[in-house]
Design a protein around this ligand. Structure first.
Ligand code: ZN
Length: 207
């Protein structure tokens, strides 16, 4: 993936509880961490997306395992503010994730403490789903909230992203794009990433 041009490695952590599927644990993150660098030695951020409930114990385990960014669903933590603080005090950057049916209300009281907002453009739990167009409006709303906050917060979108919709997500305000099956199901990873980057290049986006 890194050789093919990926900027970050995104970890979809599913617990068979908050979501119906079961995927990677912190040991996998720890095992991959030494390989998360480019040929010239530059580190590639490990971007951990926790689809787990509760949040705090696994967030701490992933911080130990080398995560750089840790995002969680605020509805999966009874004390989302405390979860954000715990992630940041463990030396990671913290993100909040919003499902297609979840309002951005948690930002009212947490936007001054977070580093990333992740908008789900599919329901969490499975790869290979189609992009939900309503996510574009939510990205626009989130972008406005970031501008109002005056803070440097990344706006990431996750679910169904591919070359033919990445420009729309970018135009709505996203600056960070998660692609799974669009890359892994392509015969040539570099070509798949290059096709998405070309779409963004026309918009002058940083990723
Ligand atoms: Zn994800």
């Amino acid at each position: 993936m890194i050789a093919a041009g990926a900027d970050w490695i995104h970890f979809d952590v599913m617990d068979n509880h908050y979501v119906p599927n079961l995927t990677l644990g912190p040991m996998v993150c720890q095992a991959l961490k030494p390989h998360a660098k480019r040929a010239d030695g530059t580190a590639i951020p490990m971007d951990v997306h926790l689809m787990v409930e509760p949040v705090d114990a696994l967030a701490a385990a992933f911080a130990q395992a080398g995560a750089d960014w840790i995002s969680f669903h605020p509805d999966a933590s009874p004390h989302a503010h405390r979860s954000v603080q715990a992630i940041r005090s463990a030396g990671c950057r913290a993100g909040l994730v919003f499902n297609p049916g979840t309002a951005l209300d948690a930002l009212d009281w947490l936007i001054d403490d977070i580093d990333l907002i992740l908008i789900m453009s599919v329901n969490p739990g499975f790869g290979g789903q189609s992009f939900i167009d309503a996510a574009l409006r939510k990205i626009e709303h989130a972008r406005k909230r970031i501008e109002q906050s005056g803070r440097d917060i990344r706006l990431e979108v996750d679910g169904g992203i591919k070359a033919d919709n990445i420009a729309r997500a970018a135009s709505a305000g996203a600056d960070t794009f998660v692609a799974g099956s669009a890359i892994f199901n392509a015969p040539d990873y570099a070509q798949a990433i290059g096709a998405m980057r070309a779409q963004l290049g026309q918009l002058g986006q940083r990723r």
